[in-house]
Design a protein around this ligand. Structure first.
Ligand code: CP
Length: 307
């Protein structure tokens, strides 16, 4: 199926073939990032709108840079400075942007399902840049893209995802993407931060992170999402670090060539130690670079590029 004119709302709904198309397109487009002049005319005349109801550094900036590198015009709406502060509804805001000539809307929102809602309201394509505790599909794609820059294939790879699975849209998108592509995914974290249905997604669940990390090729530490949880889901950040944080001792249980990942922003010294985050085995900054390439590919394919 072509991605042209389509929404990108979740990796649960995306076919493996479409994921492969995005990954291979990103592989071609990434070369542009190393040019002295990072500009191609591919999306000249297109207007890309980011609509962020939650904070972001990586996702919003990389979508905007991806659009600019391909010569699209960008407009960026932050809920904190928009008419949302005067009580305007999401659908009214979005419809107003659409009639001003926007070609694609990229939204982040705290409510799970809000991007599906927006996709029903608008005629233009909608890209989910993170909806509540649901999904963050372009993060899942950029994570898989980054793994493939360091490992030959996804099929058969053992990936351990650690920490706050319950609140993590990153974890959900990554699990959908990795399992569709044949990886063996293990998850571990405090019982209060493991959703009850998680086994149904095709992952092995452990309470001790050591068991999940054993023999892993990729170790993925998640951010504790303090903004999405009530107090009392774990005793303290210190206990979380002691029982669930990624450190050298725990990493030694993984494969010798295991790589370390984190979606950012990091709580250094809580879910991951600083020495590991900055170690040669960390590919955390590679993930950020991949984010630009993946978002270039997504915009290119959705706004009419050939596959
Ligand atoms: N990984 C990620 O979504 O980062 P931002 O919140 O900075 O966009």
């Amino acid at each position: 199926m072509t991605l042209r004119g389509q929404d990108l709302l979740s990796l649960q709904e995306m076919s493996t073939a479409d994921m492969e198309t995005v990954l291979s397109t990103a592989r071609s487009l990434k070369e542009i990032l190393s040019r002295p002049i990072k500009k191609v005319p591919t999306l000249r005349g297109k207007v890309v709108c980011t609509l962020f109801y939650e904070p972001s550094t990586r996702t919003r900036t990389s979508f905007e840079l991806a659009a600019k590198y391909m010569s699209a015009d960008t407009v960026s709406i932050a809920a904190s400075t928009s008419a949302a502060q005067k009580g305007e509804t999401l659908s009214d805001t979005a419809r107003n942007l659409e009639v001003m000539g926007v070609d694609v809307a990229i939204m982040r929102h705290s409510v799970s399902g809000s991007c599906h809602f927006l996709a029903r309201v608008l005629d233009i394509p909608v890209i989910n840049a993170g909806d509540g505790m649901h999904e963050h599909p372009t993060q899942g794609l950029l994570d898989i893209f980054t793994i493939l820059e360091h490992k030959p294939r996804i099929r058969g790879l053992k990936v351990a995802i650690l920490g706050d699975i319950l609140h993590s849209r990153v974890a959900r998108s990554l699990i959908f993407g990795l399992t569709k592509m044949g990886a063996e995914v293990t998850v571990a974290g405090p019982g209060t931060l493991l959703p009850p249905y998680i086994e149904d997604l095709g992952v092995k669940v452990f309470r001790r992170v050591e068991e999940a990390i054993e023999g892993a090729d990729v170790v993925y530490a998640l951010r504790i999402q303090l903004e999405r949880q009530n107090k009392g889901l774990f005793p303290s950040k210190r206990e979380y670090r002691d029982f669930y944080g990624l450190n050298r001792r725990r990493l030694s249980l993984a494969q010798e060539d295991a790589i370390i990942m984190h979606p950012g922003p990091m709580n250094r010294g809580v879910e991951i130690t600083t020495d590991l985050a900055d170690s040669p085995r960390s590919i955390i900054l590679d993930q950020v670079t991949s984010g630009v390439a993946i978002r270039m590919a997504v915009l290119y394919l959705i706004l009419g590029g050939r596959e």
